[in-house]
Design a protein around this ligand. Sequence first.
Ligand code: ADP
Ligand code: ZN
Length: 534
Amino acid sequence: DHEAPAASRPAYGDASDVLRRVFGYDSFRGEQQAIIDHVVGGGDALVLMPTGGGKSLCYQIPALVRDGVGVVISPLIALMQDQVDALRALGVRAGFLNSTQDMDERRLVEAEFLAGELDLLYLAPERLRVDATLRLLERGRISLFAIDEAHCVAQWGHDFRPDYLALSQLHERWPTVPRIALTATATEATHAEIAQRLKLGDARHFVASFDRPNIQYRIAPKNEPKKQLLDLLRTEHPGDAGIVYCLSRASVEKTAAFLVENGIDALPYHAGLDASVRARHQARFLREDGMVMVATIAFGMGIDKPDVRFVAHLDLPKSIEGYYQETGRAGRDGLPSTAWLAYGLQDVVQQRKMIDTSEGDDAHRRRLAAHLDAMLALCETVECRRGRLLAYFGQKAEAASCGNCDTCLTPPQSWDGTVAAQKLLSAVVRLKRERNQKFGAGQIIDILLGKKTAKVIQFDHDALSVFGIGTELREAEWRGAIRQLLAQGLLAVEGDYGTLVLTDASAEVLGGRREVPLRREPEKAARASRSSGG
Ligand code: ADP
Ligand code: ZN
């Protein structure tokens, strides 16, 4: 009963003890125990676990069980104070070093570290570029290095941070200290890049299932996005907390204002807002019930709010990895939640343009294009969305149909769109061959539908042989067909105005050597578009 703790550190006991006594949990989740045992035993680990899977304990417990201080590298500077406070509340001796502190605060933490009075030290990655930090670390006793959000080291990924590249030196300087890298992003490519860049060649890989069965994935054609969003919130999520992602700061502001006008507790969040405003909005979102955060992707990493009931995207995410991470913020508590995305042709046009004009070399642009293509394929699939998502992460779904995504709940009808595709591609060909012109989707559709708009008359397009050959489809259906041809690589979009051009594969369709199955546009979308068009 009167055991004295060894040296100055409290006796924490073994991993299960720590889990119960410090964290108050009865049992480990998933592979936590195996991961913890491996790291306690001095092994390196690469942990791929979805958001909410319980990654933190995988390094926190070994840091308490092993001798010395666990050094945690995290890019989430804004959350360090909260994380450390939460640990201190549990009696864990934690501290952090980042750029938000003044000299005195830093000195104090450094002294605690050197005196062995810390169990965990959180460090911003840029600290490791400072020689003084490395010298400090060399004078202390380190139990392990945890590299959180490890995908930030991957240039292939979507969150690349140059400071992470410096983390490879940890292994060179401290070859015997175990390292555990953790991420919720895990395509094979990112995965391999993390291992290579962090020199984790001998690390054991722990890959959890990326399925989030309580999240219902839905992707809808974008007609009137704000109205569609409001419908979703009113009919399915009244009073619920959620996140709405928009691409631009301007649309964040507009969408938040629109929701507030309609009686919803919404707050904007983007990098253009004052740090104090952002902090206030984030705090309200975390503490108050039923807040809706309208944000750019600047918001969300590291946010641990268990009862986020929906994540809505009003613009197409740039990659499946980004989409998966953002939607993964819904339903950490395991209760039913919605991931809803609205996307339209304009998204594709806009993103192609952004890729074409992006900085960096061709390889970089090809990478961005590959990310976008994969995202489009997910949007246009007639198969289970969950299955496609898991396949993207190199995992297999339990069943062909998950029963909890839009394509499983209301299987899309598909139809033979070969003739329609041929008509559409022919219109593009005629404009090019006969007029040496390129046009965007709107004009091509007007030509197919035989609409004598001012622009059609101006360009004399009603004289084309393809004028009016596509009246069997409605405008929304043609838009859907174009989106799907883009997703199938049978059509491409380029330039500032999003003009449509053929691809190498287009010839197969025009030559009758390739069939084109298309997914039928949902009735509701078709109706909305028809009434707004007429
Ligand atoms: P991640 O970092 O993977 O997104 P966290 O480490 O933040 O996930 O854990 C998510 C939530 O699950 C937290 O609230 C955490 O306290 C809880 N949790 C983690 N492991 C366990 C466990 N073994 N038993 C009960 N709750 C756990
Ligand atoms: Zn499904």
